[in-house]
Ligand binder design. Sequence first.
Ligand code: NAP
Length: 332
Amino acid sequence: MKAMAVKLMHAVQYNSYGGGPSGLKHVEIPIPTPKKDEVLLKVEAASINPVDWKLQKGVGRPFYPRNLPHTPACDVAGEVVEVGQGVQNFKVGDEVVAALTLATGGAFAEYATAKECFTATRPPEVSAAEAAGLPVAGLTAHQCLTEAAGVKLDGTGPQKNILITAASGGVGHYAVQLAKLGNTHVTATCGARNIDFVKGLGADEVLDYKTPEGAALSSPSGRKYDAVIHCATAIPWSTFKPNLSPNGKVIDISPSLSNWLTMAVNKLTFSKKQLVQLMVNPKAENLDYLVKLVKEGKLKTVIDSRHPLSKAEDAWVKSIDGHATGKIIVEP
Ligand SMILES: NC(=O)c1ccc[n+]([C@@H]2O[C@H](COP(=O)([O-])OP(=O)(O)OC[C@H]3O[C@@H](n4cnc5c(N)ncnc54)[C@H](OP(=O)(O)O)[C@@H]3O)[C@@H](O)[C@H]2O)c1
């Protein structure tokens, strides 16, 4: 009997921890088969998040990634080319955007499987690259503002003062735009070269993080922050505390030991000012909401750079450098 020919695809993988860009290998592997609750996508664009190279460093071991070799990246936009038996909302030919799980990744490839529950339709007005920026960074910004900071994005809530650190980055640039939809006053921090860019996203006041005022996070108009969407790293609680309103909250998205200690101390001292940690919990309905905002021209994905999958290493280096303005896109 003749064996069925297995269809192969180009993918980028690492098979051990560490190594940075030189740990990435270009391989030919079988096109994955969608499980019952999954769609198979022909990838049109992927985007990188810092978590992708942090996992390569080993920060999530032994849980993330689940297996080695691992095909990184969780943000993907593409065309549905096959559906699992249980899939109800998508059919072959649909254009979609999806969040892949940290455990499996898979976006650095020509084809990827995505769970239906983390997949949203992409209308023709939203390009694959614009959509691919949304899953991790857009959903994190959305969750920080709506769930953690209690901002109503339709603008019907009370006006809050929000500080967004690293407002020029992937999460930050979405957070500024969403916060303004929510009728908040936004103070933002970024590097000097991005001040006009961040103002253009809608921020009311912008601080250069390398100046003394920027390092102190103090609002030029003297406001105290009801919530801080903290997208930068390594800013101590002592810097935030004097800038917070009496019940102000710092929403930290990059867990660290010092943050855990601060949270413990705050709890023990019944502090009204809080530090909370947030991990994104992707949901298709929220992704759908963000895609619609992009379609309506109310939210944009700013693209830092686009790289072919054949040069995925360049995109990896760009993200590790930590100076992206908006999202880094990889295209097969
Ligand atoms: N918890 C979660 O679920 C979750 C989800 C997404 C991301 N994250 C984490 O959130 C962080 C941000 O992610 P990202 O994708 O937005 O990163 P990113 O796109 O790589 O951020 C790069 C930007 O940050 C700016 N920046 C760096 N340090 C800064 C500082 N001290 N003050 C102001 N701006 C600063 C840089 O500006 P310059 O070039 O001018 O220096 C650059 O524009 C990462 O640690 C990531 O792992 C967590």
